[in-house]
Design a protein around this ligand. Structure first.
Ligand SMILES: O=C1O[C@H](COP(=O)(O)O)[C@@H](O)[C@H](O)[C@H]1O
Length: 272
């Protein structure tokens, strides 16, 4: 059974006893957003991350969702990618293909993986160009607040250091305002070269979910969800703390371990 609560700005927290319960609720959450988007806009644009998130999407590949979701209306993107070949064990694409895409009926032509045959700089610029074309024809919606792409859903994981996508603490990429996609060559977590959405894109999405499991992430979860430090200089904030959708909705999916440093009433979320 999940514990759930709402908080202004920082979003909704859903805490689960087990990763199975988390995965079950996550599948229902994604399925509902897919149905709403397909009904309202005729398609569903989703950006995925790599890491532990992909295994938690397994329930979406099972009944009833494998049959009931309109997979042909899905358009799949990546919030970040590691600059390795697509068949490399570290590739977010490879992991997603094996753990998710190969098990559902998403059209190959709707899968926008990031080019692994060019430099990271070129790959980032090519990926941004592709997204711009899809925004022009409104396959991807546009944010009226800032003209950024407005993905129907961005699914993010978080590292123990509070990084999301490939936006790492204290990195200059966190301050980018105009770019939609950027690259880094000095990632503190290997591999060093990566391509990533910027914060303006993440924060323009209609829905953002942060899916975090494991006790080693509990301290970062506590900081990132703490309402009392929102006035802090943003450059001192963890990347995950800066995920604050402008108009969209943020939901945190946490297992018991990841939520273990939260206190019921002092962090502003007050469990219900
Ligand atoms: O390197 C990355 O790390 C984060 C977090 O991964 P996790 O395995 O700790 O959940 C992931 O969200 C990101 O996409 C990936 O490139």
């Amino acid at each position: 059974m999940a514990t759930s609560c709402e908080a202004k700005k920082k979003g909704e927290l859903r805490i689960f006893e087990s990763s199975v319960e988390l995965a079950t609720d996550l599948a229902e959450y994604v399925a509902q957003l897919s149905e709403i988007s397909v009904k309202e806009r005729g398609c569903f644009t989703i950006a995925l991350s790599g890491g532990s998130l992909i295994n938690l999407l397994g329930k979406l590949c099972e009944a009833p969702y494998n049959k009931t979701l309109d997979w042909t209306k899905w358009y799949v993107f990546w919030a970040d990618e590691r600059a390795v070949a697509k068949n490399h064990a570290e590739s977010n694409y490879k992991q997603t293909k094996e753990g998710f895409l190969s098990k559902v009926s998403i059209l190959n032509s709707h899968v926008y993986s990031i080019n692994d045959n060019v430099t990271v700089e070129e790959a980032a610029s090519e990926y941004e160009f592709t997204i711009r074309q899809l925004v022009k024809v409104r396959t991807i919606a546009v944010s009226e607040a800032n003209d950024c792409p407005k993905f129907d859903l961005i699914l993010l994981g978080m590292g123990p250091d509070g990084h999301v996508a490939s936006l790492f603490p204290n990195h200059l990429t966190l301050e980018l305002k105009e770019e939609w996609v950027t690259y880094i060559t000095d990632s503190p977590k290997p591999p060093p070269e990566r391509i990533t959405f910027t914060l303006p894109v993440i924060n323009s999405a209609s829905n953002v979910a942060l899916v975090v499991t494991g006790e080693e992430k509990a301290a970062a979860v506590r900081i990132a969800t703490n309402n009392s430090i929102e006035e802090l200089d943003s450059s001192l904030m963890l990347p995950a703390q800066r995920v604050q959708p402008i108009e969209g909705k943020l939901v945190w999916f946490l297992d018991k371990g990841a939520a273990s440093a939260l206190e019921a009433s002092t962090d502003g979320f007050g469990h219900t």
